[in-house]
Ligand binder design. Sequence first.
Ligand SMILES: Cc1cc2nc3c(=O)[nH]c(=O)nc-3n(C[C@H](O)[C@H](O)[C@H](O)COP(=O)(O)O)c2cc1C
Length: 251
Amino acid sequence: MKPEDIPEIVDRTAKEEVSDRLLYIDPTTGEKIVYKHEIPFYKYQTQIIFANNSKLNPKSIEDYIALGGYRALTKALFEMTPEEVLAEVDRADLRGRGGGGFPAGRKWKTCRKAPGEPKYVIVNCDEGDPGAYMDRGLMEENPHSVLEGLIIGAYAIGSHQGFVYVRQEYPLAVENLEIALKQAEEYGFLGEDILGSGFNFKVTIHRGAGAFVSGESSALMTAIEGKVGEPRPKYIRTASQGNLGKAFQPQ
Ligand SMILES: Cc1cc2nc3c(=O)[nH]c(=O)nc-3n(C[C@H](O)[C@H](O)[C@H](O)COP(=O)(O)O)c2cc1C
């Protein structure tokens, strides 16, 4: 579709008609398909993380809130202890999106228990893999969902400082995330005494400089520290010894 097609689409849709010439054509059967859920690629998918992408304006926190956004944060802060949040994430079997599918609950628990303060939470949105759009799709189209998850994670772990490491080559992701961050601060979802709960948490955006290897968790942390983004041996996992060498005190 091109921008010039929009008036026709709006016009036809208002009349409950379909723009036949603009329909998707199945490349194998040559048939025209009317609904997205009938397209073979989408047919067998149940979209959970991306489910709200098409329902909101990513630059509007009000849209996100109208769809139930930040309710999970409110519930976590006022109805649950950090340990209960960790148990819930464990029970849900939430998995990391970094490729390995590591259980998030186990990683978060390790970090909470790691000796030493302060603790940091980092969102890895480097997405250096060519042709991968799972992080980009979320950052560009539903950035508040990322922030809400980050704040809940911070509460569960006991962290007061978070970073979002975002790929510089995704300018719209950077832009929408920056807007979302500002809005979340204005609404009291970030900063000091979040929603009057006594919990403090701030977030900094760090733009990646384009190296694939910097998406590896330990390299990503050295990049955030302002050094060359190179990995270190991981005999100590990043959940135990993290950013700026903190959250771990050798015995
Ligand atoms: C060379 C290399 C590059 C990586 N690049 C990325 C990346 O771009 N994005 C990502 O999320 N994880 C990447 N990873 C995986 C991270 O090390 C780590 O497992 C991931 O951030 C964990 O995310 P999770 O907490 O969602 O499981 C990379 C790993 C390696 C070895």
